[in-house]
Design a protein around this ligand. Sequence first.
Ligand code: PRF
Ligand code: ZN
Length: 376
Amino acid sequence: MTEPAIRYRLIKKEKHTGARLGEIITPHGTFPTPMFMPVGTLATVKTMAPEELKDMGAGIILSNTYHLWLRPGEDIVEEAGGLHKFMNWDQGILTDSGGFQVWSLSDMRKIEEEGVHFRNHLNGSKMFLSPEKAIQIQNKLGPDIMMSFDECPPFEESHDYVKKSIERTTRWAERGLKAHANPDRQGLFGIVQGAGYKDLRLQSAKDLMSLDFPGYSIGGLSVGETKDEMNNILDVLNPVLPENKPRYLMGVGTADSLIDGVIRGVDMFDCVLPTRIARNGTCMTSKGRLVVKNAQYARDFRPIDEKCGCYTCRNYSRAYVRHLIKSDETFGLRLTSYHNLYFLLDVMKQVRQAIMDDNLLEFRQAFFEEYGFNKE
Ligand code: PRF
Ligand code: ZN
């Protein structure tokens, strides 16, 4: 029996919530949890150098099977020596399977038991992605953590459709496990789906758990439902997911949702939000969002967030960052991207400390008060 590629070590449970302090041990280092993972869709976290990501404390980043499959192609990445070498990142990498991207980016999808037919979003050509193919591509890309191929049914779908969908997603997950070439070097997670149906969420979790994945992702959330709807599903899953395995909430990246997810036992998060809104001149701060490109900051010589210790906030003013963004200077995009990622990583660091101190609810209360409830 070989050692599994990914191990979760539970360090401490918070006294008054479902929060867990732990660490995940990967072939490319160990990172503390709960953790936020910056997104590097095309083998780059847009505008950030790997050294900068390390400086801000990112121990793992996310990339995408779908995008790298289309461009430059998994064979070129494999030839380069894998994604880590290709992009000069020697810490953790997780790749999404393409399941979600096929749904959100491509045209003319047709789903079958075998896989999904669709047209690629770059040139419109016909393509087909199956659970086996998604694993083969990820085996060539070489991330530390891979995702099963899944369907993400929207909250509006009927109970009948979603039940059939999760059963197929479980069959796909099982096919992926069989196709996986090197479980000793890459950990494959199963993805719990089931839209807003609690019984189906439980069924999905239990069926996937019988396949014994080294970790479980929670998909199909943050797709337009309310915060309460999301939290209710997390409340259902928290007590049933195995305690000795990591839980990853896919595509969630507002500070308030991160905190509420952690309280419900989530260990890992990712989202394009911090980097995407950064490039459009919006900053995440302890007082909620700050649209730094707005005219009101033209003569504001304070840092973006007066509480922030990041490179941007230590050295540059709102007025300067606004000027750069207004002038389409790439340095402006770098400064806001750095700040937003640092901000979320720092929130998670404070959350880990609060778990250690058993005062996460007090931390949440104070954070939400300063942040302003409906700002994100
Ligand atoms: N499935 C996969 N990736 C995802 C999601 C999902 O449901 C989501 C949903 N928020 C984001 N990314 N494979
Ligand atoms: Zn900052």
